[in-house]
Design a binder for this molecule. Structure first.
Ligand code: BES
Ligand code: ZN
Ligand code: ZN
Length: 535
């Protein structure tokens, strides 16, 4: 497990903790500002970082906070020039949590992490635009959560703006010497840094406009980000390769675009060579105009984020690799644009997918399932993975059903559902289980000319029929494959996650930033980390 100490991040960590007798308000680190948490009921203030704060400073802080009516969780007060620090952002953590053992331990752990994550993010938000260069962060509740909050709250995509309107960079470091992070958990400031950075990476990829994030540029960017990392191979396949493998379903979507398609394959070999890999698939439509079934123009700009599946998979791979998790993972992302053109696929056209099944393309805007069909089949037939998870901004119906709180999970495995559910809860990027049922496939089997049509009932149960369609392209899970019904056991655990609803955030609040969300990148890393602990 020593690899879990994250080699490259270790120096910074040690530098911090080797410093003896850190006293917060003597400010030996020369921080411009601090973010600290405080439990309060409005009358009393309890500072979890008290050990690092001289008692004189503690009383000054408490006095100021009470006067300012500092109470409910999330309240932020900036206090100036205290104990030699110019600006101190104090964030309320609400009342001291009760130590009841009734709450389930996962929920309790999730609450601790979220308290640190959210409070730190609120403190960082308050310090933004205040010209601070170095910020010390209280890690006494959780170093992992605090780092996630600090990194996520700093995200901004302003590299295309004039220099003067760009957000100034801040350097964020832990300052308190105690942390309640559960040691056996392998989580700390460094891991939180990695989790946050991974999601920011996904945000960056999703936010980039489609003219600057074409299939080619996406694969180059990811290859660059992962270049030189241990046990990692990045392979960028082109159209010729896809054609050789008969990925006609994927090719049919890319046809209407001037931009050449790419099929990105990332292999991470952190585990024993004999161990089955985890498999990830991400929908990578770098712009979805709808094709010949053209989308209406309002909000079409949002469709630059239709590669959110690919972005979160790439972000998660970065995190998994940086964490040095002792597992094997293979990830693929089919990347293309969906455009109207003289050469584009037309409604009614029939294509034959890589697995030999024919599809009548009734609606060219239901393109996600077409590119995933070949990617899922490629992955499930080439490797024998221990699980396959695909992520896709697949249906508007998913947004209608669950909005931006939960991402919907469709899976054939109760165990995989349980694991994803725990992972989502721990990182506060939650999932909700949706039905995977062949009843939703019926309308799509009514084509008079092909094995399937790609539309089904359209809006009615749209997210569920898309999921049922995808299952037909996972090797071993096709509905005409349950030869022996009674003893039938699915050959692979598969989950489809529809992230259309959580693709973007309407507002900035703590570590949620308005715009493309990069969700559920951290949940994917956590799922694989927890799986690697079980072995
Ligand atoms: N990329 C869209 C789904 C989407 C919608 C993602 C809103 C994020 C936000 C997808 O390719 C699509 O167009 N789906 C259609 C499917 C329909 C034609 C069966 C939809 O949801 O309307
Ligand atoms: Zn579409
Ligand atoms: Zn789409």
């Amino acid at each position: 497990m020593s690899r879990l100490l994250f080699g490259s991040f270790k120096p910074q960590y040690q530098r911090h903790f080797n410093r003896s007798a850190i006293r917060l308000f003597t400010n030996a680190q020369q921080y411009d500002a601090l973010v600290i948490g405080a439990y309060t009921d409005g009358k009393n203030v309890v500072l979890p970082a008290a050990k690092d704060i001289t008692s004189a400073t503690q009383s000054r802080l408490t006095e100021q906070l009470i006067v300012s009516n500092f109470k409910k969780a999330g309240d932020v007060r900036i206090l100036y020039n205290i104990g030699g620090v110019q600006q101190v952002a104090v964030v309320s953590l609400g009342p001291v949590p009760s130590t009841s053992n009734k709450t389930n331990p996962i929920t309790r752990r999730a609450q601790v992490l979220e308290t640190a994550r959210n409070a730190t993010a609120l403190g960082i938000q308050a310090l933004k635009e205040r010209q601070v260069k170095t910020v010390g962060v209280d890690i006494s509740v959780s170093g992992h959560g605090a780092a996630e909050g600090a990194i996520l709250a700093q995200f901004s995509f302003d590299k295309l703006k004039m220099e003067k309107s760009r957000q100034a960079e801040m350097q964020v470091l832990p300052f308190s010497t105690t942390t309640d992070d559960n040691d056996q958990d392998d989580l700390n400031w460094e891991s939180g840094h990695i989790y946050g950075t991974s999601q920011n990476l996904a945000r960056m990829l999703m936010t980039s406009p489609s003219n600057l994030m074409t299939p080619k540029l996406f694969s180059e960017e990811v290859a660059y980000l992962l270049a030189g990392l241990e046990n990692t191979e990045v392979i960028v396949h082109d159209e010729e390769w896809a054609a050789k493998l008969n990925m006609n379903s994927f090719l049919s979507v890319a046809k209407g675009s001037q931009e050449p398609l790419r099929f990105l394959e990332i292999r991470y070999n952190g585990g024993h060579p004999d161990e089955k890999p985890y498999a990830l698939v991400g929908k990578g439509v770098t712009f979805d105009a709808g094709g010949i079934s053209l989308k209406p123009s309002n909000n079409m700009a949002l469709m630059k984020g239709d590669m959110g599946g690919a972005a979160t998979v790439a972000g998660a791979m970065y995190g998994i690799i940086k964490m040095g998790l002792p597992v094997n993972v293979v990830a693929v992302t089919p990347l293309c644009e969906n455009m109207p053109d003289g050469k584009a696929t037309k409604p009614g056209d029939v294509i034959k997918a890589m697995n030999g099944k024919s599809i009548e393309v009734i609606d060219t805007d239901a393109e996600g399932r077409l590119i995933l069909a070949d990617a899922l089949y490629y992955l499930s037939s080439t490797y024998s993975p221990r699980s396959i998870i695909d992520l896709a901004t697949l249906t508007g119906a998913m947004d209608v059903a669950l909005g931006e709180v939960h991402a919907g999970v469709f899976t054939n495995s109760n165990e995989l559902w349980r694991q994803l559910n725990v992972a989502g809860e721990l990182v506060s990027d939650p999932f909700w289980r949706m039905p995977l049922h062949k009843g939703y496939l019926k309308e799509m089997q009514q084509s008079t000319v092909a094995d399937f049509n790609n539309l089904g009932k359209g809006r009615s149960g749209g997210a569920c029929s898309a999921a049922a369609f995808l299952k037909e392209f996972v090797a071993g899970l096709e509905s005409d494959n349950d030869q022996d019904k009674e003893h039938h056991q699915d050959s692979v655990d598969w989950a489809h996650i529809d992230i259309a609803g959580v693709m973007d955030s309407q507002t900035t609040q703590g570590y949620h930033i308005k715009g493309m969300s990069g969700r559920p990148t951290r949940a994917l890393i956590e799922y694989i980390r927890l799986g690697s602990n079980d072995q």
